[in-house]
Design a protein around this ligand. Structure first.
Ligand code: NAI
Length: 446
């Protein structure tokens, strides 16, 4: 579904009218294209400790234009605020106000990224207060940024440093056009694990990936993005979607598996197909999902059960088969598609939100189990995404829903796919049990 308002408001009369009437002024987001620079413009690294120095040296080794002090009036591609040594809330003042002085110099689609430590691991109340303060600070700042700029944070758990592979992986993701619709979010680096890819354009080279619900919508976009990043694809969907599935399989030069994921033997069927046709299995993306909306007062057993069966029970059963399989032991990756409905709730979606909340609970509890095989499991929670599903929402409701986030527009299926591709890569090996929202920072609810 095209958002014609963005085109109208981005130039000429439309731009003037929107400005005068105080209407939303979304901009066309800078999305990743192969060969594109990581970030457009110099990167200002604020922060005084050794962690900031080491991070700045790494950015220099990536041939970025790095500044340790702002140059007046220079347009910046990004500000990285390294806050890993906070001991009291007062420690925030110096680096935060120094960064504040440069906010007006941010270029379009610029990035502000904090790097801080986990409050849960703090030694005492003052340290925890300072660390948790970064959360509120960053989420508020993200709501103040304009012109496609985003603010996101990286949180270091015990054992992770400013230059751990997944800190750098998350930093590259947040700096790049791959995170265009991720705003006001944090990723926690849980371990000093993972590895940056040898070829940044093909981070999934040599991997075999399964995507469920890939015949259309977000699933088809995930398949295309993983293929672009070098993976070999197995696309899965119900037999009734067989023709569309075959088209996607051809497009990504992969194989199609017609399978209802709620079948008892779905996990084993997926493993058998992967081993017989491709000789290995590295990545499973649980994307297939359904909605059967009704107010709870009118909910029938069929609507309730079908949503739970497809959206969560099937994933649990497939994961059990994967974790038990000797063929899923080489740095395996699972990424599940949740939804912001499972976080903030949505009227008419008690069944759907229960299933998507369930996905997030499953991911957290499965992280230690898959860690035993050197693997990771995470979820991505999309907000308003322009798909066939959201195109069916009545015009006025849709228009309000798609503007109610910091970027004042809906996301694209490809935006969800980019987050999934990152979490499926070796660069995210030190990130597990996390839920990353791809929602442009919804302004209402969570
Ligand atoms: P969609 O309805 O366009 O595509 C879902 C695909 O899953 C279809 O091809 C369908 O045939 C397949 N599928 C359904 N049941 C299946 C089963 N039992 N076995 C195998 N395949 C099955 O949906 P869309 O919009 O692409 O959503 C994809 C995922 O993203 C879903 O999990 C959805 O809940 C989630 N999501 C979507 C949002 C949006 O704005 N569109 C927002 C938040 C989450």
């Amino acid at each position: 579904m095209t958002d014609t308002y963005i085109q109208w408001v981005s130039k000429g009369l439309g731009k003037d009218i929107a400005k005068r009437l105080g209407l939303p002024q979304p901009v066309v987001l800078r999305r990743h294209k192969p060969g594109q620079p990581l970030v457009e413009g110099p990167v200002l690294v604020q922060g005084a400790g050794s962690g900031a120095d080491e991070l700045a040296s790494t950015l220099l080794s990536w041939h970025l234009d790095v500044r340790r002090h702002a140059v007046p009036k220079e347009k910046l591609g990004a500000i990285i605020l390294v806050l890993d040594e906070l001991t009291t809330p007062e420690d925030l003042e110096k680096p935060v106000l120094a960064a504040a002085a440069s906010l007006r110099d941010l270029a379009r689609n610029a990035r502000v990224i904090t790097v801080s430590r986990a409050a849960a691991a703090a030694a005492g109340p003052a340290v925890a207060a300072a660390r948790q303060g970064v959360d509120g600070l960053l989420r508020s700042l993200a709501k103040e940024l304009r012109a496609g700029a985003t603010g996101n944070g990286i949180v270091l758990a015990d054992g992770a440093t400013t230059t751990s592979p997944s800190t750098l992986g998350a930093l590259r993701f947040f700096l790049s056009g791959r995170s265009a619709f991720v705003d006001g979010q944090f990723l926690t680096v849980t371990a000093d694990a993972g590895r940056l890819p040898a070829d940044a354009e093909k981070p999934l080279a040599g991997k075999v990936a399964v995507v469920t619900g890939a015949a259309r919508g977000i699933g088809a976009a995930i398949a295309r993005t993983l293929y672009r990043d070098g993976a070999t694809l197995i696309v899965v969907d119900i037999p009734a979607a067989g023709d569309h599935l075959a088209t996607v399989a051809n497009e990504v030069h992969g194989t199609a598996l017609q399978l209802d994921i709620s079948r008892e033997d779905a996990g084993q069927r997926i493993i058998d197909h992967a081993i017989e046709r491709h000789g290995r299995l590295d990545i499973v993306i649980h994307n297939a999902g359904i909605t059967r909306d009704k107010l709870l007062a009118n909910m029938d057993r069929g609507r309730w059960n079908s949503v739970i069966a497809v959206n969560i029970a099937a994933q649990l059963r497939i994961n059990e088969a994967l974790l038990a399989s000797e063929h899923f032991r080489s740095s395996p990756r699972i990424v599940s598609v949740a939804s912001t409905s499972g976080i903030a709730g949505n009227r008419g979606q008690t069944n759907y939100a229960a299933s998507k909340g369930g996905v997030m609970g499953m991911v957290r509890a499965t992280a230690p189990l898959i860690a035993a095989h050197g693997g990771s499991i995470n979820a991505v929670a999309p907000g308003f995404i322009e798909t066939e599903m959201t195109a069916r929402i009545p015009f006025a409701t849709r228009e309000v829903a798609r503007r109610l986030n910091s970027l004042q527009q809906g996301g694209r299926p490809g935006d969800v796919a980019e987050a999934i591709a990152f979490l499926a890569s070796d660069a995210a090996g030190g990130i597990s049990g996390e839920v990353l929202r791809v929602c442009g920072q919804n302004l209402v609810g969570a």
